[in-house]
Design a protein around this ligand. Sequence first.
Ligand code: HEC
Length: 120
Amino acid sequence: MPLISKRPSRNTRKLPPLPLLVSLLMSAPACAGTVDGAQALARERGCLACHGMLRKQVGPGFAQIAERYRNDAAAPSRLAGKIQGGSVGTWGRVIMPRQSRVTDEEAKALAGWVLSQPQP
Ligand code: HEC
């Protein structure tokens, strides 16, 4: 399985309008009571050792990431892949190593949670 999909998303136009998408992103975890869960998971998986909630530390702040991809309908799945597979070159030269302890489910939850962060 390619970790970072290079395929252009053909579904972009079929997705609901952005405000709806954003509210879905924000409300779905809240209903399931997983917002705190995702934050706890981020702490447990060591994400917060490199990422601040707002500003850049080793890696970009989660609010900065959310801001950058606010209009990007393909971001949730792409970021889930990067959370597991690692990343370099998108924000600078510092490498985010592969997070091998993160499962598929966790990567999706973490990506949704990161993207739901309010503007800094
Ligand atoms: C060792 C430090 C480190 C750890 C641990 C780490 N990250 Fe990162 N993260 C980075 C760096 C550095 C970048 C910027 C990479 C780049 O420029 O492509 C990044 C980028 C990201 C991005 C944005 C990728 C993009 O394409 O814009 C997301 C989302 C992310 N990290 C989430 C997480 C999550 C969730 C975890 C925990 C499972 C985590 N990171 C753990 C350092 C880290």
